[in-house]
Design a protein around this ligand. Structure first.
Ligand SMILES: [Zn+2]
Length: 242
């Protein structure tokens, strides 16, 4: 009898542990918000390395389409070069394809959503793909810092790695990773930067309230040195990992 009771107790504990495993989602799914030029790309690279997260950037997905000269690429190229925003339905098309693969691991979504309507579309898309969102990191920087950062930014034409003030390439104009040349993106010229910032503030502010209301928002001060930002981000994200 004693043995049977002990056996039942152990079985119950084992069952509860198995249930816990199923209930807690061990994956970390994040959104990264912040105006262009806050070092978002670099912060994403840090999270990617630290938490083995995939960086899902809608900007890069669209630029990939342009580079591959797909139908989508041809239609969005003039829009991207003007610094204007690509139609939601097009972005959702490339995003659905990407997220259906990326959802099996940690991911960090960058560049989408940019407005309240897109946030609602994303809610619906994540629901469709059965993905739960853990947190929304909002990185804030002043306009001076942003213009200085973006004017200095260069991107590798081949592997898309981004170099900037904080992380320049070892040899000027040449990618450290693949040796291809680095260039200023057409949407990083000062006049276009100001236009992008105006658009950003107009459209993205309501998102802060949207995700704040869901209790998902985490603020990060982007005016500090990158190392300080990295340390804060690591501390904040540790609780979502595993
Ligand atoms: Zn490269």
């Amino acid at each position: 009898m004693h043995f049977l009771r002990l056996f039942c107790a152990y079985t119950t504990i084992a069952l509860i542990s198995v249930f816990r495993l199923f209930l807690s989602d061990p994956l970390m799914h994040l959104i990264l918000l912040g105006p262009p030029g806050t070092g978002k790309g670099t912060i994403s690279e840090f999270i990617e390395a630290k938490f083995e997260a995939e960086h899902v950037s809608t900007g890069d997905l669209l630029r990939d389409e342009v580079a591959k000269k797909t139908e989508i690429g041809k239609s969005v190229e003039p829009i991207l070069n003007k610094g204007a925003l690509v139609d939601d339905s097009v972005v959702v098309q490339v995003l659905r394809k990407k997220l259906s693969q990326a959802k099996a691991k940690n991911f960090i979504l960058d560049g989408f959503p940019r407005n309240l309507n897109q946030a609602k579309i994303l809610d619906w898309l994540l629901h469709e793909l059965d993905v739960s969102l853990d947190a929304v990191l909002n990185i804030d920087s002043s306009e001076d810092v942003i213009i200085k950062r973006l004017s200095a930014r260069r991107q590798c034409v081949k592997c898309k790695r981004i170099y900037g003030l904080d992380v320049p390439s070892k040899k000027k104009g040449v990618c450290d990773d693949c040796g291809a040349k680095t260039m200023q993106r057409k949407d990083d010229k000062p006049s276009i930067i100001k236009k992008r910032l105006r658009l950003y503030n107009e459209l993205t502010l309501p998102l802060i309230f949207f995700y704040g209301g869901k209790g998902l928002l985490i603020h990060v001060d982007g005016n500090r040195p990158l190392q300080e930002i990295f340390e804060e981000v690591e501390t904040v994200l540790k609780k979502f990992d595993g």
